[in-house]
Design a protein around this ligand. Structure first.
Ligand SMILES: Cc1cc2nc3c(=O)[nH]c(=O)nc-3n(C[C@H](O)[C@H](O)[C@H](O)COP(=O)(O)OP(=O)(O)OC[C@H]3O[C@@H](n4cnc5c(N)ncnc54)[C@H](O)[C@@H]3O)c2cc1C
Length: 449
């Protein structure tokens, strides 16, 4: 029986395993070092915040894997011999494979800052990081102040987590406005305000120079590069992005760059070796997507697609329109298609932006200047229907059509306030149009009749 070995039990690896099992009787083994069973990494923050226990982050009962004949090996793969098709595993016997799937995820970036290895300095990625956070920052007596370095999605999550235990937080963001490498200025500024309103000491245009130790080799303070200011702290959270976790592959003969290089079929340069999830890097970026996509749902998609290929139905990874969602403290964010920030946007990309006068709610719609075709939408505090925007992007709808039918796209519960009429009114003023909003229509939304 063909033996499929998967390294990594994250969303990418377990999705591949589940789908291979659905499609075949092959022998499947998952080798992973971090935890015995698959858990949802995106839910780690809620464990620290007391909303759930770690066990609740595990979507499958422990007996699921045995019942579905997926063997689990807990151990760290130190070497792959692709000639002999064999893995060396720390603390476990060698393992032979017929086909190998590398799904080893990411690791937090460290940029060689002085003091980055001191006690009290950590990232937020793994189960072990969460356990370490409980040691480093159980409360505001032990952790008098935390400094977070790096203004991305994990940084803001860590800030939110620490604030739930009343730990003072200073947040160093190198950019002049939060996440402005991704968000247009109006949105980024709204998030700056929101962070500050949550009593987080947000420092913009501030990078880390060094982390200073006390006499016991623990973090004592950090120094800011631009101002040379020294900030005393008990914890430094390094959240300046992630990199594919592939160090153990350097002598394997598998082609690497930032990640494991793969083609659209998720195949590497070595026969019968594949890579999926955060650790995979496309030879050619797909559309505007990044060659390495460190996102939950793309890992899941890659796992599903590769299962088809492994089971004899060779299938291309075709992720469709970009979408994503996240939370900035208590503001929900969704994005569909492409809305580029000022620095990256082409001249032909026009933005319409509306922001609520008092609340932290806003919307940005990007469209092409000449054809007025919808390019993308970002919303903060307004929930959208995925399938409606996906369809409008497929159909290359005109921005006027989108405005007219905006109620169809709203997915907020019924008792929520709706803002479509205010949004359309501002659009009409900004662009000299006279669009009239159409009433929400379920037939249209679900394409009935
Ligand atoms: C705090 C946090 C919040 C996030 N929130 C979101 C979110 O809201 N939305 C979103 O889209 N994404 C989010 N992400 C990103 C998302 O979690 C990742 O994109 C996703 O988990 C990657 O899945 P994966 O299967 O590729 O790898 P991973 O989940 O990283 O799993 C890989 C596993 O392989 C193991 N491994 C690595 N090397 C070896 C080896 N040599 N031997 C054995 N085992 C090994 C690792 O220990 C790990 O357990 C978040 C990430 C973090 C850290």
């Amino acid at each position: 029986m063909e033996h499929i070995v998967i390294i990594g039990n994250g969303i990418a690896g377990v999705t591949a395993a589940r789908h291979i099992r659905k499609l075949s009787d092959k022998k499947i083994t998952i080798v992973s070092a971090e935890s015995e069973y698959f858990f949802s990494r995106t839910a780690l923050m809620y464990v620290y915040m007391g909303h759930m226990k770690f066990e609740h982050t595990q979507p499958y009962e422990n007996h699921f894997w045995k019942k579905n004949r997926v063997d689990l090996v807990k151990g760290y793969v130190t070497e792959i011999n692709t000639q002999e098709k064999k893995l060396q595993i720390d603390g476990s016997p060698d393992l032979n494979y017929d086909k190998l799937i590398i799904a080893t995820g990411s690791k937090p970036n460290k940029f060689g800052w002085p003091g980055q290895e001191l006690d009290g300095v950590q990232g937020l990625y793994s189960k072990q990081d969460l356990e370490l956070l409980e040691v480093n920052a159980p409360n505001n007596k032990v952790c008098k102040r935390a400094v977070i370095v790096g203004g991305g999605l994990i940084g803001i999550e860590l800030a939110e987590m620490l604030r739930t235990r009343d730990i003072p937080v200073t947040f160093l963001v190198r950019e002049t406005s939060f996440w402005n490498g991704v968000l247009p200025q109006g949105e980024s500024e709204m998030i700056n305000e929101h962070i500050r309103e949550h009593h987080i000491d947000l420092r913009l245009g501030a990078s880390l120079k060094e982390i200073v130790a006390d006499e016991n080799g623990r973090v004592k303070s950090v120094v800011i590069e631009e101002t040379k200011e020294e900030i005393e702290c008990s914890l430094v959270g390094l959240t300046a992005g992630v990199t594919p976790n592939i160090d153990f592959l350097h002598d394997s003969g598998i082609e690497l760059d930032r990640g494991v290089k793969v083609n659209r079929y998720l195949e590497t340069n070595v026969k019968d070796v594949y890579a999926i999830g955060d650790c995979a890097e496309q030879h050619e970026a797909i559309g505007n997507r990044r060659p390495v996509e460190a996102v939950w749902y793309t890992g899941r998609m890659m796992g599903e697609v590769l299962a088809q290929t492994i089971c004899g139905n060779r299938m291309k990874y075709n992720p469709g329109h970009w979408f994503n969602s996240a939370k900035f403290l208590d503001i929900e964010y969704q994005t569909y298609g492409w809305v580029f920030p000022e620095k990256k946007k082409k001249e032909s990309e026009v933005h319409f932006h509306w922001r609520h006068p008092n609340e932290k709610i806003c919307i940005t719609i990007a469209f092409d200047r000449d054809s007025e075709t919808l390019l993308g939408i970002n919303t903060f505090g307004i929930r959208l229907r995925h399938e409606v925007f996906d369809r409008w992007l497929n159909e290359k709808r005109n921005v006027d059509y989108v405005m007219e039918h905006l109620e169809d796209a709203n997915f907020d519960p019924e008792f929520y306030k709706n803002f479509e009429s205010q949004i359309v009114s501002k659009y009409n003023t900004d662009f000299g149009k006279s669009i009239k909003l159409k009433k929400k229509n379920l037939k249209r939304i679900f394409q009935l009749g």
